[in-house]
Write a protein that binds this ligand. Structure first.
Ligand SMILES: C=C1C[C@]23C[C@@]1(O)CC[C@H]2[C@@]12CCC[C@@](C)(C(=O)O1)[C@H]2[C@@H]3C(=O)O
Ligand SMILES: O=C(O)CCC(=O)C(=O)O
Ligand SMILES: [Fe+2]
Length: 373
């Protein structure tokens, strides 16, 4: 990802680094209550979760069938799981091992690759921490492109395997993300002819920008009062998430509250991000989601955050705009939007909004009447 994205993310405060693995009692700094940022741990029971979509054409009657499923999932949930997606089990295992190896290093070692105050990549707390009064039970590592510089800081030598796995994962995810973007847009009746910025001279999908985020959630002595990763939407077109076999991811659904997304071996979760919300002119709202933690089990997730190519200004697609559906958002580059998110967090989408539509539809989060966090 280009440095321009790096310029846009400035944390508001620095924090002490806790070694969460060795803490036996939840510190006050990590104890969330209902008064902290509208925090609520209540989960809904007995509700269906996000759909599982089989990407293998042979298992669906035809491509239209997949598009219908995807369209329905995007409208109703803003998220879905995919199976038969072409990412091998081996690569998913390898990335898990790479993540675990990194997070099990001693703290002083991980801090050698700490994210700098105005940087994007490296080891650190959740970027959105500055918007909350309590700390999250979380440690993260962000990679953009080659991980080699950080790998050198972490290990000095023998980091080749780690780098190979990360690069292979990024390569495979880039292909899958492009394919998913076209499927999702296809479900809105959009073709390659309608999105010039995404198509190269030979009709190929242009390489987008992306970040790989490794998320670690150690077992927590008091999970009911802790928060893994507070509620947020991603600033992406879409995010592809791999979670290990410990549940924790929850999506928010109007009327039903927080719904757990169960880990399915080999499946990947796809989240609609804010830029797709903008592209679709509000038809496919970005999904509010969070991660909760577990008393006994370690949880790891790997998010591939996919955005448009550098410098591209994303705005509601003209095919989705007419006199009855005026454009709801102004054009933004990913870098600009990340800057907006770093400043306004859950108000970022509203801050690039142009007008209130005739049908009275509001932003996903306003609509849900939920305050993020
Ligand atoms: C490209 C990016 C999206 C992200 C900010 C970042 O520069 C790299 C990390 C991403 C992440 C992952 C966890 C949730 C999130 C809100 C955050 O704090 O860092 C997202 C950011 C985002 O989507 O805005
Ligand atoms: O760990 C998870 O399940 C969620 C991670 C996430 O939301 C993110 O990385 O953006
Ligand atoms: Fe996320």
């Amino acid at each position: 990802m280009p440095s321009r994205i790096s310029d846009s993310c400035r944390p508001h405060h620095s924090q002490k680094h806790f070694d969460l693995n060795s803490i036996k009692e939840l510190p006050e700094s990590h104890a969330w209550t209902s008064s902290n940022d509208h925090y609520t741990q209540e989960n809904s029971c007995n509700f269906e979760s996000i759909p599982v979509i089989d990407l293998d054409n042979n298992n669906n009657n035809n491509n239209n069938n997949i598009l219908d499923h995807i369209g329905h999932a995007c409208k109703k949930w803003g998220a879905f799981q995919i199976i038969n997606h072409s990412i091998s089990e081996k690569l998913l295992q390898d990335i898990e091992v790479a993540g675990k190896t990194l997070f099990s290093l001693p703290m002083q070692q991980k801090l050698k690759a700490a994210r700098s105050p105005d940087g994007v990549t490296g080891y650190g707390a959740a970027r959105i921490s500055s918007f909350f009064s309590k700390l999250m039970w979380f440690e993260g590592f962000t990679i953009v492109g080659s991980p080699i510089e950080h790998a050198r800081q972490l290990w000095l030598k023998d980091y080749n395997k780690f780098c190979e796995v990360i690069e292979e994962y990024e390569k495979e995810m880039e292909k899958l993300a492009g394919r998913l973007m076209w499927l999702i847009l296809g479900s809105l009746g959009i073709t390659k002819d309608d999105v010039k910025w995404a198509v190269g001279p030979k009709g190929e999908t242009k390489e987008g920008c992306a970040a790989l985020q490794l998320n670690s959630y150690p077992a927590c002595p008091d999970p009911g009062r802790a928060m893994g990763l507070a509620a947020h939407t991603d600033s992406t077109i879409l995010t592809i998430l791999h979670q290990n076999n410990t549940s924790g991811l929850q999506v928010y659904q109007e009327g039903n509250g927080w719904i757990t997304v169960p880990p399915i071996p080999g499946a990947l979760v796809v989240n609609i991000g804010d830029l797709l919300h903008i592209l679709s002119n509000g038809s496919y709202p970005s999904v509010l989601h969070r991660a909760v933690v577990n008393r006994t089990r370690y949880r790891l997730s790997v998010a591939y955050l996919y955005g448009p190519p550098s410098g591209v200004r994303v705005s509601p697609l003209s095919k989705l705009v007419d006199h009855r559906h005026p454009p709801l958002y102004r054009a933004v580059t990913w870098s600009e939007y990340l800057g907006t998110k770093a400043k306004y967090f859950d108000k970022a989408l509203s801050s690039v909004r142009l007008c209130v539509p005739l049908n009275g539809f509001t932003d996903a989060k306003d609509h849900k009447g939920v305050q993020v966090g």
